[in-house]
Write a protein that binds this ligand. Structure first.
Ligand SMILES: *Cc1c(COP(=O)(O)O)cnc(C)c1O
Length: 379
């Protein structure tokens, strides 16, 4: 088996027999002509399949060590699609500190439309066991969590799921397959917002569902077709291009995040830093065990509440004040009023998100410049 750096460059390419283009072309077409009744060159309609999207899917399946992938138009479309695997009446267990949009989809949209959800603190796998009911069918894992970088022991939770024959889905957006491979750790499905690290350049919204088995992957592909959640050929092409540099980018993100986390930990203005690569992180040992790097996301609690947080954010020059993450440029945001505002205040506080919290998506700029910018912003 080739290593991930090689797979990133060499999977999903050599698709053009007409002109031998090295780069996979963008097949901007909605439909494909039949050669005879029932006879095509493998494609008939782009909602069902498109060569550029198929190329991206081959690449994503290889990177995650899965059998098949479906590329969707957003991360939320990926989530919406996989949840249709569940029969009405199914109960899902998810973390109490999952992505805000996921929490909204579960609690405000799908809850009561045939599905029900329990949100538990997954840092302790015992809480997962305790939440299992007769109608439980699925465990939804997100690790590291957003924005507090809590870690879920994927192998331990999958072992519990296996005992009860539950489907396991991991949102692997925060680390990408370069630093974490949920399928290797026992998950049935690894899911992504490719908007983030996989594309990496903040110019696409997209998602992906990678299934461990061909059988499950075919079910997901059928749902993607039926629901119409597949991504456009152009977006597929951009994400495929992003994947080629994933290893270099992830290394740079992680190196800079480590430097920034250590800097923040030494500042008197900072109450607490959340980054799995710090020895002070309560789950540092677990992070080291299941991840091959600590990623590029961190958050910290500033002293002085939201007033101090906004004052600091406004003074930053290199960090754009924006939601989202995983692009080459550094971003900073205030989860309590922005990315996680779709959660209720109660749910935010229960998850440990306060008005003091500032989330940073650390880019691939020079770490010294990033640190200097934060220094001047603390004043
Ligand atoms: C952004 C994000 C999503 C949603 O993806 P979109 O592409 O914005 O729809 C889901 N999960 C996590 C962890 C995310 O960061």
């Amino acid at each position: 088996m080739k290593k991930i750096e090689t797979l990133c460059v060499h999977t999903g390419v050599n698709k053009d027999d007409t002109f031998n283009s090295v780069i996979t072309p963008i097949y901007m077409t909605s439909t494909f002509a039949f050669e005879a009744p029932g006879k095509t060159k493998g494609f008939d309609y782009t909602r069902t399949a498109n060569p550029t999207r198929t190329a991206l899917q081959e690449c994503l399946a290889a990177l995650e060590g899965g059998a098949l992938a479906s590329a969707t138009c957003t991360g939320m479309a990926a989530e919406t699609t996989v949840l249709h695997l569940l029969e009405p009446g199914s109960h899902v267990i998810a973390g109490h500190d999952i992505y805000g949009g996921t929490y909204r989809l579960f609690s405000a949209i799908l809850n009561g439309r045939g599905l029900s959800f329990s949100f538990v603190d997954m840092r302790d796998p015992k809480n997962v066991s305790a939440a299992i009911r007769k109608d439980t069918k699925c465990i939804w894992i997100e690790t590291p969590s957003n924005p507090l970088l809590n870690i879920v022991d994927i192998a331990a939770v999958c072992a519990i799921a296996k005992k009860h024959k539950l489907l396991t889905i991991a949102d692997n957006t925060f680390l990408s397959p370069y630093f974490q491979r949920p399928i290797d750790l026992g998950c049935d499905i690894s899911l992504h917002s490719t908007t983030k690290y996989l594309n990496g350049h903040s110019d696409v919204v997209g998602g992906a569902i990678i299934s461990k088995t061909k059988e499950l992957g075919e079910k997901v592909a059928a749902l993607t077709n039926a629901l119409g959640t597949g991504c456009s050929p152009f977006d597929a092409w951009l994400v495929l291009r992003g994947c080629k540099t994933l290893p270099c980018r992830m290394q740079a993100h992680a190196r800079n995040a480590q430097a920034l986390a250590e800097f923040l930990e030494g500042r008197k203005e900072v109450k607490r830093v959340y980054f799995p690569g710090l020895k002070s992180h309560p789950q540092y040992a677990l992070a080291k065990k299941q991840m091959t790097g600590f990623g590029g996301m961190l958050s910290f609690d500033i002293k002085g509440g939201s007033k101090a947080a906004f004052k600091f954010i406004e003074k930053l020059e290199l960090f754009a004040f924006a939601e989202s993450l995983g692009g080459v440029e550094s971003l900073v945001e205030h989860p309590d009023s922005m990315s996680h505002a779709s959660m209720t205040l109660e749910a935010r506080r229960a998850g440990g998100i306060t008005e003091n919290n500032i989330r940073v998506s650390v880019g691939i700029e020079n770490a010294d410049d990033l640190i200097a910018d934060m220094k001047q912003a603390f004043g």
